[in-house]
Ligand binder design. Sequence first.
Ligand code: IVH
Length: 679
Amino acid sequence: MAVPSFEEARAQVEELRRIIEEHNYRYFVLDQPVISDQEYDALMRRLLELEAAYPELVTPDSPSQKVGGPPRPEFTTVRHRRPLLSLANAFSAAELRDFDRRVRELAGRPVDYVVEPKIDGLSVALTYVNGIFTLGATRGDGEVGEDITANLKTVRALPLRLRQNIPHLEVRGEAYMPKAAFARLNSQREEAGEPLFANPRNAAAGSLRQLDPRVTASRNLSLFVYEVIYAEGRTPDTQKEALDFLRELGLPVNPYRYYCRDIDEVIAIISDWGPERREALEYEIDGLVIKVNDLKLHPLLGATAKSPRWAIAYKFPAEQAVTRVEDIILRVGRTGVLTPTAILAPVRLAGSTVSRATLHNEDIIREKDVRIGDMVVIQKAGDVIPEVVEVLKEHRRGDVREFRMPDHCPACGAAVIRPQGEAAHRCIGGLACPAQVMEGIIHFASRNAMDIRGLGPAIVAQLLEAGLIRDAADLYTLKVEDLLPLERFADQSAQNLVTAIEASKGRPLERLIFALGIRHVGERAARTLARHFGSLDALARASMEELTALPDIGPKIAASIQAFFAEPRNLKVLEKLKAAGVNMVAGGSGAEGAPGPLAGKTFVLTGTLPTLTRQEAEELIMKAGGKVSSSVSRRTDYVVVGEKPGSKYEKARELGIAILDEAGLRRLLGGEAGGQKAD
Ligand code: IVH
């Protein structure tokens, strides 16, 4: 890149920001883009280059901030000016008429309404001071939320600067993940062996509650704003006016909104919004919100403890389909719970093809009287996995079969019991049950546990089948040569998996504790235990009294921890993990986040380096506190390039990521800054 003088750069930066903001407004608010995505990206790239050359030109409201700032240790909390409530629901026209009658009685006169889509996302509270976005918070418990400003800044639809300079503005809206972004994210996660999000709402929530805003930036979230809480110097009289005002300010307002003179008009709109219309939208909605248009009536109507009396959510009936139960199979979970699942004749439902439905447990099968061969009504209630609603008994034929919970585990043959007071059946095989072992290893490797990239359910099954592993600790003995003969593995993928397993040795103690899969010990309890005991050995020796004295640890969890460490088979696995060099102490050597010259930096390697093998380079980076990733994204800090680099090099240049050769890497490892910006 040609680097202009500071003064020239300043002028260009200002001009670029103005142009980019204008295009954002055209795209997200007016829905009338005038340039292509490539042209937009080129403008953004130029802005990033100039800001990289002159960091003093970066301002908090620059559109460049949308790539995400550095990670933070935790979220701080924010008390909301007015609590964020939820909405009461209506499921029928009759219930809407009841709502209208209550409103008219309290108001003492007829009222008009505005109807808006109910976006299925996450409510957010946004504050602008002097036109600049300064604070964004989650709903939290309604009174106190979390400060997610840095993450919200990465949402492209959210303007960092308003089109009018008003001294103070507070608004509420819904952050959401568009359907396409959700489908893409889940397919990436599936490939990487990571757990899938059940629905776009969960995915949006997970993405906004990331401590690393660059992760949020990669998730393609969007936003609609629907409520003015406070606007200094301007008080809209009606909801209709408030929505117009929000739009004038440059905030994204949903294009569908209907002014209705009375409840009959509201009901007409609702009957117009059938499943096809919802399916055609690029985002999920779970109903329509009906609001009293006259904002002066809102304080008068007030709120119950949970929801305002001036609005109600009309919830769409869940989408249903009819199909046949071809079989009922059992899945044995990590803790031995047997979950029955209906295998269905494939059928289209709410935009996808469905061939399984959960039946939860035996009681539910009995209650609904589901038999193999039955025609059933299934529905999706917000989640990706549908459920069986009812059996169409009038279609039942003579050849249906009743399902019985087996006395013995289908995976290991051990006895199946139903503990008193529980709805679940459990296999008592424990670590002798291959299904439990497999689920345990999948859990061990999962994202929030040891985070072994690329080690998903299919690969774990393959490794077990080939006899290469029998427990999680065996993973650390795997060599590239062991994997090569297996289907699906080539040089590169085998090397990647071995590297990923190696990298997991340094995970913090709390992750290891969670990864062990001790019953009832979730991430939170694992964190408490790691902080208090500081090492796995100390945890193993802890007494009942010591354990139950801790916050989050009740007698049930404590007993489960003691039982875990009393089991010889578990102790053997722990011995093997220790021998493999897995970190077992808090802040242990080689642990992530350990201070090192490359702490917090992400590297991607491409091409052959002159003296280091790829594995050596990766090890050096990880020992110095850095992370190695396999693909280049905006989150990459450095790309190390050797001879015959691949497309990663091109991508790095495109994104303006610092490029290093081996000598540059060695300088960084020595603690010196190095590398040149791609031009
Ligand atoms: S108005 C309750 N309008 O639905 C305060 N809410 O169950 C008034 N939502 O927490 C909310 N789209 O997150 C309103 N157009 C819309 C909405 C909407 C989605 C969410 C919002 C709220 C939840 C209520």
